[in-house]
Design a protein around this ligand. Structure first.
Ligand SMILES: [Zn+2]
Ligand SMILES: [Zn+2]
Length: 486
């Protein structure tokens, strides 16, 4: 006779008056130094250094991520008030068109998240960021064991994975995380949680705790590595030089102006269609990544579905409304970087064929076949799969009404698989990430000039993904001004 599972679960739950899950938490608390000591901790400060890789911005889809070095990192947590402050100094280890050396102060006060700028001004940020930071605050053994010990937390689903025991925790605030405990030492080994990404759908995040040291009778890790399941990308690797318990933290509270401000909602998206040539529109509006629409005899072609599903759906709708009689059938995607492919899943959901460098087919297939259960997006609802047309050196899209020549940008270090497009009739160039007259630095100016020369392109207007429409003369002036400023 089989014993029903619910009876087994009930037996597990009642043995010694403690659930099997609570036993795991209790033994983890013991291994760290004891439940009473953990609950008595008021504040934890970790100071150290490390790297924060630039996710989704590697030069080639399979290349390692490039790093922001973090020479100074400090995380301060006040457990009793649920407040956290992260102060970090980041230096880009790659060519970048914006600031490459930045100091950031990121705050959380309960459910209020805020950023403090270099001049000391604090500004409230979205509830979505607050939710992420709430989880981030749990990403250390003291915090996660404290929330697990909270009687209003729900513990469930004890299982064994390799040398670990894992339990799911629903915190008193309703956040879902998994605690993994080393089955031998009983020390917390990692925290695992899910997030939703515009590019990747469901993402499994793991922060691994290692190199434990003893501080005031409690064990604390000196090494934190956070990874995502996609390509096992490391998103942060921090070595702690100094753990401090109950030290002075300064004021971690959100300033009054932040508390009284409403949390900014999701960005309001506007897309306008600005005609830039016969049968060519710049689909710009607000935001900082735009699309271009080309009208052929019997169909429409887009260049770029960037940023997010919301942005790209608005762009696709605008394209269809701009030329109502013709179907939108395809999108040219300049390169795989995540800001340019935030709407790749959306394009596939909308039935568009994706045209990109042939070297991007693999990553595009991967990205568009991932699940999105946490926040089912249009792709998850559509059940569609990627239709891909690869470009090698050149692809000409041509009929009676329109000719668009797609070129592989040769020798570009930002993205060796970058594409740009040219309309010979109107002398219109379409590009992203080669130049933007608003940039403060132009790391790819020489490569840009070389490619224009190599392809014999003499454009009248550059209608870009980032920035403003510019003439070639305006771009050369921006480059000359930069050289002079140096
Ligand atoms: Zn890029
Ligand atoms: Zn870009």
């Amino acid at each position: 006779m089989k014993t029903p599972l619910c009876v087994l679960a009930a037996l597990a739950a009642t043995a010694f008056g403690q659930t099997a899950e609570m036993k795991v938490v209790t033994s983890a608390a013991e291994a760290l130094g004891g439940k009473d000591k953990i609950l008595a901790v008021k504040t934890l400060t970790m100071e150290g250094s490390g790297v924060q890789p630039n996710v989704g911005q590697n030069p080639l889809p399979d290349a390692p991520l490039l790093n922001w070095n973090v020479p100074e990192f400090k995380r301060t947590i006040d457990f009793s008030s649920a407040r956290m402050r992260v102060e970090q100094h980041r230096v880009a280890q790659f060519d970048f068109a914006l600031a490459t050396d930045v100091h950031q102060t990121l705050g959380l006060d309960g459910n209020i998240a805020f950023n403090v700028s270099a001049d000391g001004r604090a500004q409230r940020v979205s509830d979505a960021v607050a939710a992420d930071r709430r989880i981030e605050m749990l990403g250390n053994p003291i915090a996660i064991v404290r929330v697990a010990l909270d009687p209003s937390a729900k513990l469930s689903n004890l299982r064994r994975k390799g040398g670990e025991q894992r339990i799911d925790i629903t915190t008193a605030e309703g956040d879902h995380v998994t605690l993994a405990v080393d089955a031998k030492t009983h020390l917390p080994a990692s925290m695992i949680w899910m997030t939703s990404s515009e590019n990747l759908g469901d993402v499994v995040n793991t922060t691994v705790f290692s190199s434990y040291e003893s501080v005031n009778g409690l064990k604390l890790p000196k090494h934190y590595v956070t990874k995502i399941d996609f390509h096992k990308w490391v998103t942060a690797d921090i070595q702690v030089a100094k753990n401090t318990l109950d030290g002075a933290t300064g004021d971690l509270a959100a300033p009054a102006n932040v508390k009284s401000a409403a949390a900014p909602g999701p960005p309001v998206i506007s897309v306008d269609a600005q005609p830039v040539g016969k049968g060519i529109w710049w689909l710009a509006g607000n935001g900082n990544a735009f699309s271009i629409l080309f009208e052929f005899d019997d169909h429409l072609t887009l260049f770029e579905t960037p940023t997010s599903e919301a942005r790209s759906k608005a762009v696709i709708d605008k394209a269809r409304a701009t030329v109502p009689g013709k179907p939108l059938t395809e999108v040219i995607v300049s390169h795989h970087h995540f800001d340019h492919t935030g709407g790749l899943r959306t394009a596939v959901a909308e039935g568009l064929t994706v045209i990109s460098h042939k070297g991007n087919e693999g990553i595009f297939k991967e990205v568009t076949s991932r699940k999105a259960t946490l926040k089912p997006d249009l792709l998850a609802q559509s059940g569609k799969t990627l239709k891909f047309r690869g470009v090698d050196d050149t692809l000409v899209l041509k009929d009676k009404s329109m000719e668009v020549v797609i070129y592989h940008v040769i020798g570009n270090t930002h993205s060796p698989l970058l594409l740009m497009a040219y309309v010979p009739r109107d002398k219109i160039l379409v590009q992203g990430d080669l130049i933007d007259i608003g940039w403060t630095q132009h790391p790819w100016a020489d490569n840009y000039a070389k490619n224009l020369q190599m392809r014999n392109i003499d454009f009248v207007k550059d209608v870009p993904v980032h920035g403003k429409i510019a003439t070639h003369a305006e771009e050369l002036a921006a480059l000359a001004a930069m050289k002079k400023a140096r």
